[in-house]
Design a protein around this ligand. Structure first.
Ligand SMILES: [Zn+2]
Length: 158
């Protein structure tokens, strides 16, 4: 998905959009639009199927853009597809080490099923994980590997 796809200017403010229309217009999954509605995107009352005012959709996109850098709370991982922090499905994440001191928390976005990555420092892992159930199996394996001096030497020579 390109950055341009989420441009608020694509939205015609005098039109109403169904969830499907909005998803097509922005090249997003319908579940992403539904997730936005749950997170405060206004819809026209008493209409089924749900209709979104073009001006509301445009405002919401503009707000999302300006708040893009808002940090994840504890237990959240930023979903690049939904463009907001999400609690991973099942409140579960894997920890994949990148270096001996930092790695990625990896979880599944409950709204769009994309994999989400959050770079964390080992020291801050407890603060970042919140109430997530984090699988550290690979991390432990990595520590064993990196403490093997012959493996490290091979890497630095290359
Ligand atoms: Zn997502």
């Amino acid at each position: 998905m390109s950055r341009r796809a989420c441009n608020p200017r694509r939205v015609k403010i005098h039109r109403n959009y169904s969830v499907e229309d909005a998803a097509k217009l922005l090249h997003l999954h319908k579940n992403t639009i539904r997730e936005w509605i749950r997170h405060g995107l206004p819809v026209i009352d008493d209409r089924r199927p749900v209709l979104i005012l073009g001006s509301d959709l445009s405002d919401y996109l503009a707000r999302r853009r300006s708040s893009k850098k808002r940090p994840c709370g504890p237990g959240q991982i930023y979903c690049v597809r939904c463009r907001c922090p999400q609690h991973p499905a099942g409140d579960m994440a894997d920890y994949e080490p990148i270096t001996t001191t930092s790695g990625n928390l990896v979880g599944l976005c409950p709204a769009c099923n994309a994999l989400m990555y959050r770079r964390v420092n080992c020291v801050k892992l407890d603060a970042a994980r919140g109430n997530l159930e984090v699988s550290l199996a690979e991390a432990q394996q990595h520590i064993v590997e990196s403490s093997n001096p012959s493996v490290n030497r091979d890497f630095t020579r290359e």
